[in-house]
Design a protein around this ligand. Structure first.
Ligand SMILES: [Zn+2]
Length: 272
């Protein structure tokens, strides 16, 4: 069994075939999916949770969990109402994580200061609800400032909680991987690790200890080879697991088993 630790299954790109897409996911051997609750704005933060409630309990569909959070470029929309919505979602048993939250200096959008303030406010709520966090971090190419600001923020506002998290769609270098591991975070690799030019990322992945690895799709984006460019879906997490297996000298079954165990341990889910 495999777990897709990060998929935007609330995306309107699945409106026509969400149930069929989830059945394909289960057929492919993916037993659980963490549905990311950021929507296209905070007004849609509950959509992932709604999908969990709609589909959980159906035997031909993977077990669904949800997160809730405000994406870095939506942090300008944070107000008391948004924060209290986040807080009540994180109180739900299916909403096991706060995210994806973090810093994105790659795309134009919310200023760096607004992003940092929004991140800190969400860290405080996640800490009070004892929920691990899902981090999105992306500097401009060739820079590390977003990572440096992220680690500074986590050192100040997160480390002391003893809670952990996931570096989602990891795209940093070994230095950022090492600092993430030092914080007790898991490192999740997405379909971009399968792309021809991603050898530096595969080299980083090969060094991450097995007990800190996760796999994800980040669907509907980042479809792995050979489906690059198409709409991605959680069933395709297998291709990413296979590449991770080959770089770490393991079988795909071993990667599936260890990443499932890591996910279960992080969220204290017992036997999935
Ligand atoms: Zn995402």
């Amino acid at each position: 069994m495999l777990i897709d630790s990060h998929a935007h299954i609330d995306s309107p790109r699945y409106t026509e075939d969400r149930a069929a897409m989830l059945r394909r996911t289960k057929d492919a051997g993916v037993g659980a999916v963490l549905a990311i609750g950021i929507g296209e704005s905070p007004a849609e933060m509950q959509q992932a949770f709604d999908i969990c409630r709609e589909f959980n309990g159906q035997s031909d569909i993977p077990r669904l969990f949800a997160s809730a959070g405000v994406y870095p470029h939506n942090t300008g929309e944070i107000d008391e109402r948004v924060l209290s919505k986040l807080d009540s979602l994180l109180a739900e048993p299916e909403v096991i994580a706060c995210g994806e939250i973090g810093l994105d200096y790659y795309h134009e959008g919310a200023s760096h200061d607004v992003q940092r303030i929004g991140l800190v406010k969400q860290l405080e709520i996640a800490a009070a609800r004892k929920r691990p966090i899902l981090i999105h971090c992306r500097p401009k190419d060739g820079r590390t400032d977003a990572w440096d600001h992220l680690f500074m923020t986590l050192d100040t506002y997160w480390r002391h909680t003893g809670l952990r998290g996931i570096m989602h769609c990891f795209g940093g270098e070994w230095e950022q991987a090492r600092r993430s591991l030092d914080l007790g975070f898991l490192i999740s690799f997405a379909g971009n690790i399968t792309y021809p030019k991603a050898q530096p990322l595969r080299d980083v992945a090969a060094k991450v200890p097995l007990d800190s690895l996760l796999v994800e799709t980040d669907a509907p984006w980042l479809a792995p080879m050979p489906n690059r460019g198409k709409r991605n879906e959680p069933a395709w997490v297998l291709q990413t697991a296979e590449v991770l297996a080959s770089v770490s000298g393991r079988t795909a079954d071993e990667i599936a088993a260890v990443t499932t165990q890591n996910f279960s341990n992080l969220f204290q889910l017992g036997n999935l």
